[in-house]
Design a protein around this ligand. Structure first.
Ligand code: PEP
Ligand code: MG
Length: 324
């Protein structure tokens, strides 16, 4: 797939109507790093940090993590990398942690909930990230934030880690951004000040969709039952984007749907300006976006909504046929 789209690899992703859409990649392994150079990604919109914890049979040390994160930043060569702090619990259980028998792990003690209740690992990880930056800009985001106070508490951990590094005389990042993933419906209705306080937001569409439709993303019987281009879900996302725009807060989308060309097109049409996806999806998504008129697609989406369609997909596919 990478070869097929090689001719547009270095073409900036600007739509036919003149809108730049930032295409970033999702990563989590050292093996993903070469893709940064050869996929045309503008940066890493989501670096999942679970794998370095999952592949060992004991807790990784801070120095080991710092070395890994530094290699990621080296490979990025100044492009932005968004490190997501540990999202364990739910489907990802650490071999050296006592498994919790939870009836609903996706709704359970996971991600930032664990990070705030047992802050040792979160603190270690934040220190490792600060060390890894070695003065370079640093972007960190917290997973599964469900309300403003959780974001504030997590950010306070970051502030403490920064103060500690300063006391110890270590070089601090020249710029630090602290964001949150928006993957619980509750955050869509957070107070205005939440949108103003976060440095940036990224919609975790995999989780947001599973909670929006109450359909387990791991359950084959239900996981494809509801279309991402379902009118209700798109309206929901559009409203979230409007709220972020009103607060002047950068917003991206990093769930798997960002890597599906028609879904990516619709997300751009309802106002998303940054999409993060698996590296091999960047070519196909860019290929479609380069030809797109986002205003026309937005009109198609809104018309389908007014007409009471369950999904905007048929109308958007019809629009794409007339374009071809
Ligand atoms: C998401 O929920 O969309 C996401 C990007 O995070 P993960 O798939 O790791 O839960
Ligand atoms: Mg998620």
């Amino acid at each position: 797939a990478l070869e097929r789209y090689a001719s547009i690899r270095d073409t900036p992703c600007v739509t036919a109507c003149g809108q730049h859409i930032g295409l970033h990649m999702n990563a989590g392994l050292m093996a993903d790093l070469p893709s940064l150079a050869n996929s045309g990604a503008e940066g890493v919109g989501l670096f999942r940090t679970e794998l370095q914890f999952l592949i060992r049979n004991q807790m990784p040390k801070r120095t080991e993590l710092a070395a890994i994160y530094a290699r990621v930043l080296d490979a990025a060569q100044g492009r932005r990398v968004v490190f997501r702090t540990l999202d364990i619990g739910s489907d990802k259980v650490l071999p050296y942690m006592k498994p919790n028998d939870e009836p609903n792990p996706a709704l359970g003690w996971r991600a930032i909930r664990v990070g705030l209740d047992r802050p040792g690992v979160l603190r270690m990880q934040l220190q490792a990230l600060l060390r890894a930056s070695g003065g370079r800009p640093l972007s960190v985001m917290f997973p599964f934030v469900a309300q403003l106070d959780e974001y504030r508490a997590a950010r306070a951990e970051m502030d403490k880690a920064i103060a500690r590094e300063r006391r110890l005389g270590h070089t601090l990042p020249e710029k630090i951004e602290v964001g949150a993933m928006l993957e619980t419906p509750s955050l869509a209705y957070a107070p205005d000040r939440f949108f103003a306080e976060v440095d940036f937001l990224s919609i975790g569409g995999n989780d947001l969709k599973q909670f929006f439709f109450a359909a387990d993303r791991e359950n084959e019987r239900v996981r494809r039952r509801y279309d991402t281009l379902n009118t209700s879900f798109l309206t929901f996302i559009e409203r979230i984007v409007e709220r972020a725009d009103a607060a002047g807060t950068p917003m991206s989308f990093c769930g798997e749907d960002a890597g599906r060309p028609v879904e990516a097109l619709c997300l751009a049409a309802i106002g998303l300006r940054t999409l993060s996806m698996r590296a091999p999806s960047i070519g196909p998504v860019k290929h479609l976006l380069l030809r797109a008129d986002l205003g026309a697609v937005r009109d198609v989406i809104h018309r389908a909504r007014e007409e009471g369609e369950q999904s905007v997909r048929p109308a958007v596919m019809e629009h794409l046929r007339t374009m071809a």
